[in-house]
Design a protein around this ligand. Structure first.
Ligand code: AMP
Ligand code: ZN
Length: 467
């Protein structure tokens, strides 16, 4: 069955075919590790992981790279202001040295990796640090200089966008319509308003280069690392929609001007997690949450993942704690069903459901409808429970909800319940069956006194130790 993906380059859904037999090569722009990721950032990685899982499900081999940006990402897209890492060093009262910067990067990179693990995101094959690839950045800039695509100003080396005729092709940006200052601040030394920094001079913090001490531009880093680990062209480049007009436009310009071939075949962009009816959740907006803030509110990371899957990756999703709580309830109900359907069945699965699941995922990763299908399957009484369980666990290879583990946890916690409580639950069930609800309520209170809480679900009674 075919996999269709929306390619920002063409603005259309296209049939995905890999460039080589050897496997699908994906590059995902990674976090700038000057602080913890917020749940908005993490949406970008759940999306990339769903893509990777879908490719694996469709039988492709995958090589996935997520970089760690630990230098060069300026606070604004206008090549001005502080580097975000410098901001992080100042915030934490650390010295402005490369060693302190690396320490800061290592701290937040390892916290980022913890977030990925918690969200059941498959480990990327490589997670290169930008600061380990300065040599590759310099080589790329040298090629651009030789090809007369780069020029020097008093504050750095710049890419001359007039030397790349296709500039603006990603997302069909009207470059001609961009006035000076509309997208980039006025820098009198720039030849064109869209020109961007390849290397920024900095006497205090940086590396030596043929042009002067300083550090690479953020765009150069991604061009250098993606090509180093994946070659050029590679299959799929992903990022957030905020990357379309500047970051990815610039990656394309410099890599394609340098090598005279495409950088990537497909460009996929994830929509934002929003607040206040459409504003991108961002640290600068002040209103953001980390994954650990959710855990502190009693929300498990998989529930956040479930919530993200209820929307297409291309649709902006408005943050709502109530919706995340509802997602958690749905996820636990799902896992509860699997925990009681213990019989593995060898019987043939329902090909109809499998075909439809592939069709949904193959339609540009339509996870909301794939989840709806899972619930239809749960409620389908014509199929044996063991068959349904096996099929849902198979679908979870794409959904990544950790269902086998959650079901096991639910089963274990049910087994840990003392015999006295289990007996009372059974007595209450009997009272309920006899419609003696006052007796059932009295037993529920008795159970509560013993430190357990019960809730009635379609899949049966859920018993939980009160914390
Ligand atoms: P940064 O650390 O700023 O480079 O961002 C890391 C990733 O998070 C990028 O892919 C961004 O596109 C993505 N991102 C940032 N804010 C949001 C948001 N509110 N919703 C979804 N993705 C976001
Ligand atoms: Zn990037």
């Amino acid at each position: 069955m075919n996999l269709f993906l929306h390619n920002t380059l063409s603005g259309k859904k296209e049939l995905f075919t890999p460039l080589t037999e050897k496997g699908v090569r994906i590059y995902t722009c990674g976090p700038t590790v000057y602080d913890d990721a917020h749940v908005g950032n993490l949406r970008a990685y759940v999306f990339a992981d769903t893509l990777k899982r879908a490719l694996l499900y469709f039988g492709f081999l995958v090589k996935h790279v997520i970089n760690i940006t630990d230098v060069g990402h300026l606070a604004s897209d206008a090549d001005e202001g502080d580097d975000k890492m410098t901001k992080g060093l100042k915030r934490e009262g650390k010295p402005l040295t490369l060693a302190a910067m690396r320490e800061l990067a290592d701290t937040y990179a390892s916290r980022f990796k913890e977030d990925l693990r918690a969200l059941n995101i498959l480990s990327p094959n490589e997670m290169p640090h930008a600061s380990d690839h300065i040599k590759e950045d310099i080589s790329l800039i040298k090629i651009l200089e030789e090809k007369e695509c780069a020029y020097k100003t008093s504050d750095g080396m710049y890419f001359d966008t007039s030397r790349f005729r296709e500039y603006g092709k990603l997302g069909n940006i009207d470059v001609g319509g961009l006035s000076v200052g509309a997208r980039v601040a006025v820098n009198k030394e720039k030849k064109n308003p869209t020109d961007f920094a390849l290397w920024k001079f900095n006497e205090k913090l940086g590396w030596d280069s043929p042009w002067g001490k300083g550090f690479p531009g953020w765009h150069v880093e991604c061009s250098a690392m993606s090509v180093k680990y994946l070659g050029q062209p590679f299959d799929i480049h992903t990022g957030g929609t905020d990357h379309i007009p500047v970051h990815h436009q610039n990656e394309i310009a410099q890599s394609e001007a340098a090598a005279e071939k495409p950088l990537a075949r497909f460009w996929l962009h994830g929509a934002h997690l929003t607040i206040r009816g459409g504003t991108k959740m961002a640290k600068s907006e002040g209103e953001f949450l980390r994954l650990r803030d959710l855990t502190a509110k009693g929300i498990i990371p998989e529930a956040y993942r479930y919530y993200l899957l209820t929307a297409s990756y291309r649709t902006p999703l408005e943050w709502s704690i109530e919706a995340v709580k509802a997602a958690q309830q749905a996820l636990l109900r799902l896992a509860h069903h699997l925990s009681v359907w213990t019989t593995e069945s060898e019987a043939a699965s329902s090909e109809e459901y499998k075909r439809e699941f592939r069709e949904r995922i193959g339609d540009d990763l339509d996870t909301p409808n794939a989840l709806a299908l899972v619930w239809r399957l749960i409620k389908d009484t014509s199929l044996p429970e063991g068959v349904k369980r096996a099929m849902i666990l198979d679908f979870d290879r794409v959904l990544g909800l950790n269902l086998a583990h959650l079901a096991e946890e639910i089963k274990k916690s049910a087994e840990d319940i003392p015999a006295e409580v289990r007996e009372l639950v059974m007595v209450r069930e009997k009272a309920r069956a006899e419609k003696n609800f006052s007796r059932a309520d009295a037993i529920r209170d008795e159970i509560k006194k013993l430190g357990y809480d019960i809730s009635d679900t379609e899949a049966g009674v859920n018993v939980r130790k009160i914390k």
